[in-house]
Design a binder for this molecule. Structure first.
Ligand code: CTP
Ligand code: MG
Length: 228
C-alpha cells in the first residue's frame, strides 16, 4: 500500500555536540540524512518524501538531495523551533487522503518490512507506531531514592516511524495547537483525542543518533548488516 513520509530534519543536534546539524555528519562517507532518505527512495510503496529543514539550511539539503539523486523529495517544508511544529509544517504539505508516516531524519536504520507493517496497520486502525520492549529494569526515583520498580512487561520504548491516516493526525495536531500542548511524539497527540494507537514491533537497530557514542553504535550496525 502506498504512503507518503514526512522527515523532520530541522533540529540543531545539540546533544551530539558536533559543530553542525548532526544529520550532515558522515557515516561510511555519506551524510546521515542520505542514509535515511535512501530507505524511502528505494521503497516502491513510498510515493513521496516531504523533508522538513530550517530555512537557512534549505539550499544545503536540496543540494544533497540532488547530488545523491533522491528523486522522491518533491517538497522541502520549513522547520519550527520544536520538533512538533516541524512535523506539523511537513504534514500540511502531504496528500490529505494518504497514509502518512512521520520518521526522524536521525534514524537511518529503519527497514522496509517494518514500514510495510506500519502502513497496513495505520490504514486499518488509523494510527500505528514502531516500538520495542524495554530491556532494562525501570525504577521510579524521587530525590535519589527508589520509590518503586515499574512492572516491565507493559513497557515499550517508542521509535519512529509513526504512521497515520491523514485526517486523524491533522486533527490531533490542530487540537494540540489549540490546547498549546507539546508532546514528544505524534502518537501522544493522537492519544489525547481518545483514539487508539497500535504498536508494531520494531527493531533494536532502529536507533536515533542522539549523542556521540551513537555514531559508534551506528558503525557497528552497518558492519553487522554487511556481514549478514
Ligand atoms: N527536529 C526537527 N525540528 C526541530 C527539532 C528536531 O525537525 N525543531 C528533528 C531532528 O532533525 C531529528 C528529529 O527531529 O531528525 C528528532 O529530534 P532529535 O533527535 O531531538 O534531534 P535534534 O533536536 O536535532 O537534537 P537535540 O535535541 O540534541 O538538539
Ligand atoms: Mg531535539
Amino acid at each position: 500500500m502506498n504512503y507518503q513520509v514526512v522527515i523532520p530534519a530541522a533540529g540543531r543536534g545539540t546533544r551530539m555536540k558536533a559543530d553542525k546539524n548532526k544529520l550532515l555528519l558522515l557515516l561510511k562517507g555519506r551524510p546521515v540524512i542520505i542514509h535515511t532518505l535512501e530507505v524511502f527512495e528505494k521503497d516502491p510503496n513510498c510515493s513521496g518524501i516531504i523533508l522538513v529543514v530550517q530555512p537557512e539550511e534549505a539550499s544545503l539539503f536540496s543540494n544533497l538531495v540532488n547530488e545523491y539523486d533522491v528523486s522522491k523529495v518533491k517538497k522541502l517544508a520549513h522547520g519550527g523551533s520544536e520538533r512538533q511544529e516541524s512535523v506539523y509544517n511537513g504534514l500540511k504539505e502531504a496528500d490529505p487522503s494518504a497514509v502518512v508516516l512521520v520518521h526522524d531524519g536521525a534514524r537511518p536504520f529503519i527497514t522496509t518490512p517494518i514500514i510495510a507493517r506500519l502502513v497496513e496497520k495505520a490504514a486499518e486502525e488509523g494510527a500505528a507506531i514502531a516500538a520495542v520492549p524495554v530491556k532494562d529494569t525501570i525504577k521510579r526515583v524521587e530525590k535519589g531514592k527508589v520509590v518503586e520498580t515499574v512492572e516491565r512487561s507493559s513497557l515499550w520504548s517508542v521509535q519512529t516511524p509513526q504512521a497515520f491516516r491523514m485526517p486523524l493526525i491533522m486533527q490531533a495536531h490542530e487540537k494540540a495547537q489549540a490546547d498549546q500542548y507539546v508532546g514528544t511524539d505524534e502518537a501522544s497527540l493522537v492519544e489525547r483525542t481518545g483514539r487508539c494507537v497500535q504498536i508494531v514491533e520494531g527493531d533494536y537497530d532502529n536507533i536515533k543518533l542522539t549523542t556521540p557514542e551513537d555514531l559508534i553504535f551506528a558503525e557497528a550496525i552497518i558492519q553487522k548488516r554487511k556481514s549478514l
